[in-house]
Design a protein around this ligand. Structure first.
Ligand code: 13P
Ligand code: SF4
Length: 353
């Protein structure tokens, strides 16, 4: 839908008034009406690096979800303020791993005599306290664009990985990129005693996958893909690694949002693509590449409702508040959590590539 012209004018005026005091970051899943005001767009990894690379900006306005804004706060100086235009922009996947549950899991691994060989690795899509837990216990953060490198690093530190909170990214990376077998992976269910696993299953596993998933990407189904291939001759199916293992197996290419964008940009005119990721991004790709045929992998899958909470009215409100000298919706991670989460994030940022 076209943006309200008066709100567009107000957003432009606020940006101009703030000048270089503000830096606006936009994740690829943001609405068009918001992403047009981003100084930089990117996937989670690129945005974390961009936040860290802006020491002169007094304010970082993060158009994305809560865990991304937390990571930006951790990676920026204490004097810099990170603003999330709507505090309700969370992530259902990040909510699936709570610190208490992870601590209980670690205690169970200690009781089983396994904790010494387990390296905790958390996907960026997790709260700051989970990242801090990983930092404290010798682990690291990863994103969809460096999960393989991060896991290679982790397996150089220990023989097992506890992978939080997205079982699909963990399994897809271990099996499809690192040559592990499905049997090397077990799923730890935090709602069941012992994770719902036998001691033998736990002892035999290499990847202990937290039972979490993305409520958006989890909806894509491998069953729609054969029909799609029949309907769209020559179509290439490109999906995000948060999709289930079956979907990724049935697809042609898998990668982060930045990878999906770059792949389609580099593709020849006339090529056809079915894209399995968030709908705002797929629609934008289709409108930016009229010379290519770009379809959504499954029309029954919805937008990410929390990404969509950042709309133009919230953006304008946050920006105009800053112009008035009022910092609304600041995301501030406490010092102790920040210290350890930064250890885990810095381990990721130091990875090769
Ligand atoms: P990336 O942009 O890092 O691929 O992440 C996708 C995502 O789900 C963010 O919430
Ligand atoms: Fe979280 Fe999925 Fe939305 Fe990304 S798309 S923010 S993982 S719910």
């Amino acid at each position: 839908s076209p943006s309200d012209p008066s709100l567009v004018a107000r957003a432009l005026a606020a940006k101009e008034a703030l000048g270089s005091r503000v830096f606006v970051l936009g994740h690829h899943y943001q609405r068009d009406e918001v992403i047009q005001f981003a100084d930089v767009t990117g996937d989670s990894f690129k945005l974390a690096r961009e936040a860290a690379a802006r020491p002169d900006a007094e304010y970082i306005v993060f158009c994305g979800v809560h865990f991304m804004a937390e990571s930006a706060d951790i990676l920026t100086a204490d004097s810099q303020k990170v603003v999330l235009p709507d505090l309700a922009a969370g992530c259902s996947m990040a909510d699936m791993a709570r610190l208490r549950q992870v601590e209980d899991t670690w205690a169970a691994l200690e009781a089983a005599g396994l904790a010494d060989e387990v390296v905790p690795v958390t996907y960026m899509n997790s709260s700051a306290d989970i990242k801090a837990f990983c930092g404290k216990h010798g682990g690291a953060v990863c994103t969809s664009s460096n999960a393989e490198t991060a896991l290679e690093w982790a397996f150089a530190q220990g023989s097992k990985v506890l992978f939080l909170p997205d079982q699909h990214l963990g399994r897809n990376t271990a099996v499809l990129k690192m040559g592990m077998s499905l049997e090397d992976c077990v799923v730890w269910d935090p709602h069941r005693p012992g994770g719902g696993l036998t001691p033998e299953e736990l002892a035999g596993a290499r990847m202990i996958l937290w039972k979490g998933h993305c409520s958006v990407h989890g909806r894509f189904s491998a069953e729609t893909i054969p029909q799609l291939r029949a309907d769209v001759p020559g179509v290439q199916v490109i999906v995000h690694p948060e999709c289930t293992h079956e979907v990724v197996l049935a697809a042609d290419l898998v990668g982060s949002t930045e990878f999906i964008i770059q792949t389609i940009e580099a593709a020849p005119a006339g090529s056809a693509w079915a894209v399995g990721t968030e709908l705002n991004l797929v629609k934008r790709l289709a409108s930016e590449h009229p010379d290519k045929r770009i379809v959504f992998l499954d029309k029954t899958v919805c937008y990410c409702s929390t990404m969509n909470r950042i709309d133009l009215p919230h953006f304008v409100w946050a920006m105009e508040s800053l112009v008035d000298g009022v910092v609304v919706n600041q995301i501030e991670v406490d010092a102790e959590t920040e210290k350890w989460a930064k250890v885990a994030l810095d381990r990721m940022l130091a990875l090769p590539g």
